[in-house]
Design a protein around this ligand. Sequence first.
Ligand code: ZN
Length: 337
Amino acid sequence: MGILIGTHPKFAEHDSGTHHPENPARLDAVLSAVPESGVADAVKFFVPEPATMADLYRVHETNYIDALRRFCLMGGGRLDPDTAVSVASWDAALLAAGSGVDAIRRLRGGEASSAFLAVRPPGHHAVVDRAMGFCLINNVAVAASSLVIEGERVLIFDFDAHHGNGTQEIFYKNPAVLYVSVHQYPLYPGTGRAEEVGSGDGHGSTINIPVPAGTTSATYRAAIDEIIWPAVEKFAPTWVIASAGFDSHRSDPLAELGLSAPDFGELTSWLFSLVEPGRRLAFLEGGYDLDALRSSAASTLAAMAGERLVNEEPSRGEAHLPVLRAIKESRARSLEL
Ligand SMILES: [Zn+2]
């Protein structure tokens, strides 16, 4: 079965400012991955519907959404030191947030086995009441919350180099969403310590794996085996969503992790194997080196079609076992509190 790719010309109209790393050329790079992936025959493009206000209000405060809309439509400007918007950003944000909900509807209708949402602006830093770090609306959270109200159990795996503080915050107390992030630490936005494990009913349903600069795939594999898999097995997800940030590629200019393009394919294969076909989504988050974006997205698409694409030298290096042991111990202590 095929792969849906949701994208829209309006994503190019979101103007984040001159010389901004999060710019429209990123999407061109991601879409040029389709021919490189070797699985172009499996790809079906779709034009997403915008999110409804009800979709957005499930994860963001009404006041924030209304203020964002007014701010964009009055001409835009700067929302935080890194995040600027234009008039067109409102429509782009609605389409990015709606793309997941639309993809879920299509997957449920049997159109494909998985969907990749090639969107901008990205979403995982957007918190309940504010835009942050290039993100306006938390696209992954909007999709996940639409599944949760249907009684689904959603695993969000965030492999962006930065911690998805917004996604974590939105679901921190929610036992129906298991949020897992492997990210460089310390790095923007400064959250994502191993001790952050969720609270209330969601105690235990947040997993943070903060890793040092230079971390390669061996550490990701060990983290999955030692820490992530036991929790995922217990959680028993019915849907998976990848917060697919490709800035953990070794060439990225905004972070210093050490993954290569084939590593993203390997992570995606593992993640998507956890649930039945038709219950698998990936959203573009970060990734700021255009060549790395193309090759990483190509490897991800190949994995979504069940293929393995080795289009770059895989990352090498030993797993940081002492780092993982410390994370596991911190997490265990926090879980006992
Ligand atoms: Zn990032």
